[in-house]
Design a protein. Structure first.
Length: 115
């Protein structure tokens, strides 16, 4: 079993920065992927960014150049640094750990960007 816990988030003005972190614990495979999704009210959950245990990254077009995903394999932790935030980035951000064809989700953390 895998547990995923997010931290960070909050309220920030447009143009500001915010950082999220997510720690996975339990039976973690050495080869896996971790990532961040977000869901705004009335919208579907969408991929923000992902990173493999080999440090390959993938970003949504809407966040390229503004968000940076990174990870610490020794700590099974993934980070999301969000810069130049826009009101449309407002959403609940979810962390996911994927391994062996299974996906483990965190409880989500709210990010609100005021204009």
């Amino acid at each position: 079993q895998v547990q995923v816990v997010e931290s960070g988030g909050g309220l920030v003005q447009a143009g500001g920065s915010l950082g999220l972190s997510c720690a996975a614990s339990g039976s973690i495979f050495s080869i896996n992927a971790m990532g961040w999704y977000r869901q705004a009210p009335g919208n579907q959950r969408e991929l923000v960014a992902s990173i493999t245990s080999g440090f390959s990254t993938n970003y949504a077009d809407s966040v390229k150049g503004r968000f940076t995903i990174s990870r610490d394999n020794a700590k099974n932790t993934v980070y999301l640094q969000m810069n130049s935030l826009k009101p449309e980035d407002t959403a609940v951000y979810y962390c996911v750990e994927s391994q062996g064809g299974l996906h483990y989700w965190g409880q989500g953390t709210q990010v609100t960007v005021s204009s």
